[in-house]
Design a protein around this ligand. Structure first.
Ligand code: ADP
Ligand code: ZN
Ligand code: ZN
Length: 710
């Protein structure tokens, strides 16, 4: 309580001992804190990312200062009472228990609330759900601001909009049925809906029709896509249909541009926001619908704290605002399909392609090719089909999930493998700029050595195949054919992806080679062939979800072929033709895959049957990281014996990449049938260790049911 405020109290009631109690404040007869100046206190989340201050602090709202829930304020904080930025999460007349140390709000940053009532509740929910500091949750919800607290400005650009058009399309019966099912949900408000539609079945048209209904009812909608750069068609279709009502956000916009779109959503100046996962926070005042396209994609999982699952956040937002969520996919995530089957989600199906024909899939056993003396990365049928495709004037997409030229470089004499000095990963050889070795984790590049750093031998070998090498080899096989390559190396810059995709659409090239960037969502009518150069790469990653990812990836990439008039052909090259994920991708039977994969998960006690909690510790001193994790593991083993529930502790082990940028990474896993006791157990054990400073100077990364094993 400021001296000034106490002195100003006309009753003198607060002035007597200058340490007003809670009762005294309430009883103050002068109305000093009274009726005409409600509310009296601001509950502030200070913008400091530290666990020790991860709570709300009461501040007095001085007279004349308009402080409401959702605005950002500056407040004196800490020992020196330095001024810090904070978020007003609530205002109240109820004083805290201890009113002796109350300070006043210093000033207000915003003339409008940056958090709405709904997003304040969402922030609290994320705080709890993802074990993340509240301020970090708030930061992920609102746009980034500058160090001085101001939001970045941007010169208003004239929105380029081709006028809304209404292309007449006759919906299929299945599309009709899905749309009326969603309309019922919009009317009655209820479950999320899983739209399970095979590739090319016209899911986008279902979204478009539904959104039309939502906008007509005066509400707003969000469409989430895995990566905006890879979905230019979706964006094009929506802009065409809804004109100026649409705003598109993506990671390559400037902070100013992103703030502008966010503000327009807040004021409902736009009605539809399309974007990647962060667009789930678009602050629409009357949100009616959230569509999550390709809901199984890992890009919907935030990799930094708060490590949120966009699908969960969307469903929570929908619950808070009365909106409906549609999850769309040809290959739903296992847990989503389980929920649809047991009734937690509604389910609509599109079982047929618009053109009625799914592509023909050929699995090619590369061991036989080798036995026949073909040592090339391309099998005979693959080369033949590609040649036929080109002769017929059609286009082909070739997929290999590894960029660069050679995936590793080693010494033939002593076997030494060239690795990054900052990370425990091997270098990849890139043939750009005269040839160099590149680390795909920290980005550091070094020249290709002429001598082995270990034994000085000059016999350096480059092995393994990346997209650059595929491009080279295809160019040798088909010297007169124009080729485009799309991977992280060719798509830098704001319009990197769009340029390549545009050129391919305009048939400036007949072959598109790429990493997983070419596997998703693309709809090119002239593509009749898809080639998967090496399907084995995703099978043995040590992740229990490897089978699920492989099946999804193969089905999705296969789905790029034969989407228009002509039938499509897909060639999947593998050394493991009998692996279930590959064999089932051949039939494209999702249902069969689901049953099989679920039986494995049940047998192994993995999600979605049991919950897995990953605890990773990272720090610059590996010994300290391991010691701390050993202590944590011992604590867990001890506590687990006393616990009612059964916990299985697996670990410790180095993370998938155990050093990145000279930071060491070790982890352990805890499994349990039920979520709530598992979370409580892990948090309890960590708290115990924090109390005796074991975890000091280390960073703790907590992920429940991690999508990607770190
Ligand atoms: P998905 O997202 O299910 O893979 P899309 O929504 O991209 O499929 O649709 C595949 C193709 O079919 C697109 O080119 C789309 O324009 C077209 N299409 C969708 N619905 C219809 C329809 N009812 N009649 C004719 N063409 C359609
Ligand atoms: Zn050597
Ligand atoms: Zn590195």
């Amino acid at each position: 309580m400021s001296e000034q405020a106490v002195r100003a109290c006309p009753s003198g009631f607060l002035g007597q001992d200058r340490t007003p109690t809670k009762q005294a404040v309430r009883a103050c007869p002068s109305g000093f804190l009274g009726q005409d100046r409600t509310p009296t206190f601001a509950l502030v989340c200070v913008d400091i990312l530290h666990g020790d201050v991860d709570k709300l602090f009461h501040y007095i709202i001085p007279s004349g200062l308009a402080v409401s829930a959702g605005v950002r304020v500056r407040v004196p904080f800490g020992k020196g009472s330095g001024i810090k930025l904070g978020y007003v999460m609530a205002v109240s007349d109820e004083p805290p228990d201890d009113v002796t140390k109350l300070k006043e709000v210093h000033s207000v940053c915003d003339d409008f609330p940056v958090l709405t009532e709904e997003t304040i509740r969402l922030a609290h929910w994320m705080h709890k759900k993802y074990y993340t500091i509240l301020a970090a949750c708030v930061r992920s919800i609102i746009p980034t601001f500058k160090a001085d607290g101001s939001f970045p400005s941007t010169r208003a650009k004239k929105a380029k909009t081709p006028a809304p058009s209404n292309t007449e399309i006759t919906l299929t019966n299945e599309q009709q049925a899905a749309i009326s099912q969603i309309e019922n949900l919009l009317r009655d408000g209820a479950n999320p809906l899983l739209l399970h539609g095979v590739t090319g079945s016209g899911k986008t048209e279902v979204y478009l029709h539904t959104i039309e209904k939502v906008l007509a009812s005066g509400k707003q909608a969000i469409v989430l896509v895995p990566e905006i750069a890879l979905t230019p068609q979706i964006v094009g279709l929506f802009s065409e249909r809804f004109g100026e009502a649409v705003a598109v956000t993506h990671s390559r916009l400037t902070p100013g541009e992103r703030f502008r779109i966010w503000k327009m959503a807040l004021n409902s100046e736009v009605k539809l926001v399309i974007g990647p996962r962060s667009a789930v926070f678009a602050p629409f005042p009357q949100l009616g619908l959230i569509v999550i396209d390709e809901e199984h994609e890992n890009t919907y999982h935030s990799e930094t704290a708060p490590k949120y699952d966009t699908r969960e956040v969307a469903i929570k937002r929908a619950e808070l605002s009365g909106a409906v969520v549609i999850l769309g996919s040809a290959t739903p995530a296992l847990d989503s399909y389980l929920k649809a089957k047991d009734g937690r989600y509604a389910l609509a199906r599109l079982t047929e392609r618009i053109n009625k024909t799914l592509p023909e899939i050929h699995i090619i056993d590369m061991r036989r090719e080798m036995a026949r003396g073909n040592t090339s990365v391309f099998s005979a049928p693959f080369q033949e089909a590609l040649s036929e495709t080109l002769t017929a004037g059609k286009q082909a997409i070739l997929f290999l999930n590894r960029r660069g030229y050679s995936s590793f470089v080693s010494c033939r004499w002593c076997g030494h493998v060239m690795t990054c000095e900052n990370c425990r990963v091997n270098h990849t050889y890139h043939n750009t700029a005269g040839g160099k070795l590149l680390c795909h984790y920290c980005g550091k590049g070094v020249p290709l050595p002429t001598k082995c750093p270990a034994c000085s031998s000059e016999h350096i070998r480059r092995s393994g195949t990346g997209t650059q090498k595929i491009e080279d080899e295809i160019a040798q096989l088909f010297p007169d054919t124009k080729i485009l390559r799309m991977d992280m190396d060719t798509t830098r810059g704001k319009h990197g992806h769009a340029k390549i995709l545009g050129a391919f659409r305009n048939e400036e090239a007949q072959i598109l080679i790429g990493t997983q960037m070419v596997a998703k969502g693309l709809d090119f009518p002239k593509v009749t062939m898809v080639g998967v150069v090496a399907a084995d790469m995703s099978l043995y990653t040590g992740d229990f979800r490897a089978g699920e990812y492989s099946f999804q990836l193969l089905t999705q990439v296969a789905g790029r072929a034969g989407r228009a008039g002509d039938a499509g052909r897909v060639f999947i090259q593998t050394y493991n033709p009998d692996h279930y994920a590959i064999a089932l991708a051949e039939s494209g039977d999702y249902e069969k895959f689901y049953e099989y994969e679920m039986s494995l998960r049940r047998a192994m006690n993995y999600p979605p049957y049991e919950h897995v909690f990953s605890v990773m510790l990272t720090g610059p001193d590996e010994r300290a990281v391991i010691n701390a994790l050993q202590k944590l593991s011992a604590t867990m083993v001890y506590c687990a014996r006393l616990a009612k529930n059964s916990f299985e502790i697996i670990g410790l082990s180095p993370a998938f990449v155990s050093m990145i940028r000279r930071v060491y990474r070790w982890k352990l896993l805890v499994k349990c049938k039920e979520e709530a006791p598992l979370v409580a157990f892990v948090l309890y054990c960590i708290k115990k260790l924090k109390e005796n400073d074991t975890l000091k100077d280390l960073t703790i990364h907590l992920t429940l049911n991690p999508r990607i094993m770190e």
